[in-house]
Design a protein around this ligand. Structure first.
Ligand code: C5J
Length: 237
């Protein structure tokens, strides 16, 4: 089958310049595409946000996931969740937000941001496939207090292509953590969203400014083209 052949030495048109990567050393990181952020009744909605903004990226994320899986690339998912006893949720985090519905309180999607509750699940359209790593994280950044770095090291991953929500919180925090650890990161702009459009724009600008000081940005169509061209060039005539 085509996808069993490793695709190597790929590159895509990105900002501020070309992003080179090797498929076998690159993971697609899908951040916090959970009901708690995307559906009414969850954490995001409890903070007064319009969650429909986040749902708008789901079709692009689905297309990207399908193409990446078809190419044989590693997909890693994250979820922002806390233990049922909230022992991994610092009071400094819990006591901010909406005093009427805090992390751990029971809302329409179960206990807010608690592992195993309906709200903590990744939405069905972007659900992990069996065998794909899922990182439960108590922080905004996916490296804080998780085994993500060790898992990526074990798999020889040096590059992260990032999608998910929200752009300026968990996505940007994770990219900054990854950048400091030496990963080359690219953010897929049409596969990430914020409750605040101006925050998404600002995040995209600050990531790729100053010669990719945090990383690269591109639309998923660029990555889809790269994967399609690479696949076509390997098809026997
Ligand atoms: C937030 C996240 N926004 N996943 N979490 O609190 O971005």
């Amino acid at each position: 089958m085509l996808h069993e052949r490793p695709l190597s030495g790929l590159s895509l048109l990105a900002q501020p310049f070309i992003y080179p990567f090797v498929l076998a050393h690159t993971a697609l990181l899908s951040i916090d595409m959970q009901r708690d952020f995307i559906e009414p009744g969850g954490f995001g909605a409890s903070l007064g946000n319009d969650v429909s903004r986040l749902r708008s990226i789901v079709p692009a994320c689905q297309t990207m996931l399908a193409a990446w899986r078809r190419a044989g690339g590693l997909v890693v998912h994250t979820r922002e969740t806390h233990r049922a006893d909230l022992s991994d949720c610092p009071p400094a985090k819990r006591l901010r937000g909406n005093p009427a519905l805090r992390i751990g309180d029971v809302g329409p999607l179960g206990r807010i941001l608690v592992a195993g509750e309906p709200g903590s699940q990744i939405i069905a359209e972007l659900a992990p496939w069996p065998g794909e790593p899922v990182i439960d994280k108590p922080g905004k950044g996916a490296f804080h207090a998780t085994g993500l770095q060790q898992m990526l090291e074990q798999r020889g991953i040096s590059h992260l292509i990032v999608m998910g929500v929200t752009t300026e919180v968990c996505v940007q925090s994770t990219m900054r953590e990854a950048n400091d650890r030496g990963y080359d990161c690219l953010l897929l702009l049409d596969c990430t969203e914020s409750y605040f459009p101006q925050f998404k724009t600002a995040t995209a600008e600050m990531i790729q400014a100053q010669g990719a000081i945090v990383g690269w940005t591109a639309n998923s169509t660029q990555l889809l083209s790269t994967l399609a061209e690479s696949s076509a060039s390997k098809t026997p005539i």
